[in-house]
Design a protein around this ligand. Structure first.
Ligand code: HEC
Ligand code: HEC
Length: 245
């Protein structure tokens, strides 16, 4: 006994997940982790923790061990100054970062799945293994976004532009025109995914036009395209798309 590095004594599930634990965890996180992981956990010198799935800490126990022992040969240190209790509280807070809790939403998710199909969302978004790749995958969207967020986004996409999507229109010297989102760009070249999901790569010197529209998005607004009922059902469906537990 007394060998704290033993892993099989660590409980599988976090024993401290009450609201007061999460609150205390938030303060511990701000003091110990935020310098590297950012105040909201979305990364900096340390990894982005505000994601539904942490590859190095995929369950409670693994998360606890990462916090306690650090990750060998990386900048992620072990938290020597904290008690087990405090580490679990920090873990409880980390757990909330990339996840929005299950919400009670009024719509019917099954009807919502049908709305999604009829509105062509699948053309641009993957759900599971099906769908287009123009927009981000929605497979686990319910873990990342709240119902309120999703509802507003469907009505007014430009207000929710993620930083890593930039819409662009290019015309080549040969007169070929492509509209899409920027995947990569450097001084000499640009890679664009068009609205059908196809990839294009251009040398900038072969373009006559390269217009960026940071304020525009290929994500269409569905304002006026959905009844209140359809919108509610669709949001209920999106919220239900979660990582299998
Ligand atoms: C000195 C900077 C630093 C501090 C302080 C720090 N981390 Fe990290 N952390 C890192 C780095 C860098 C990585 C990525 C390591 C790698 O995999 O290369 C990381 C990785 C992680 C991971 C794994 C993420 C994944 O992708 O699976 C978790 C979880 C984590 N840190 C939690 C914490 C918590 C909680 C604290 C506070 C108790 C903390 N870290 C403090 C730098 C730091
Ligand atoms: C023409 C392609 C296209 C269609 C059709 C489309 N989307 Fe999108 N959607 C996008 C793109 C591209 C983004 C991300 C970039 C952006 O916002 O500019 C996006 C973003 C989103 C996001 C935010 C994802 C996140 O990670 O925050 C959600 C949710 C979403 N779309 C749902 C839908 C739903 C539901 C429908 C159908 C009612 C739909 N989209 C139809 C292209 C499309």
């Amino acid at each position: 006994m007394g060998v704290s590095a033993q892993t099989d004594e660590v409980p599988k599930n976090n024993p401290y997940t009450a609201a007061s634990d999460v609150e205390r965890g938030a303060r511990l996180f701000a003091a110990n982790c935020a310098p590297c992981h950012g105040p909201k956990g979305n990364g900096g010198r340390g990894a982005n923790l505000a994601r539904p799935r942490l590859p190095r800490a995929d369950d409670d126990k693994a998360l606890f061990l990462v916090i306690r022992d650090g990750i060998l040969n990386t900048e992620m240190p072990g938290a020597w100054g904290m008690t087990d209790h405090e580490m679990w509280q920090t873990a409880a807070f980390v757990h909330t970062l990339g996840r929005v809790g299950p919400e009670q939403v009024p719509g019917d998710p099954i009807a919502g799945a049908a709305v999604l199909r009829s509105k062509g969302c699948i053309r641009c978004h993957t759900i599971g293994t099906e769908g287009g790749r123009m927009g981000p995958p929605l497979t686990e969207i319910g873990d990342r976004r709240s119902a309120t967020y999703l509802k507003s986004l469907l009505l007014d996409p430009p207000s929710f532009l993620p930083e890593d999507f930039s819409m662009v229109e290019v015309v080549t010297t040969a007169g070929h025109r492509v509209t899409g989102i920027v995947l990569n760009e450097d001084t000499y070249s640009i890679q664009v995914r068009d609205l059908t999901g196809d990839l294009h790569s251009f040398w900038k010197q072969e373009l006559t036009t390269l217009e960026k529209h940071a304020d525009r998005t290929p994500m269409p607004s569905f304002r006026g395209q959905l009844s209140d009922r359809e919108l509610e059902d669709l949001v209920a469906y999106l919220v239900s798309l979660r990582r299998a537990q």
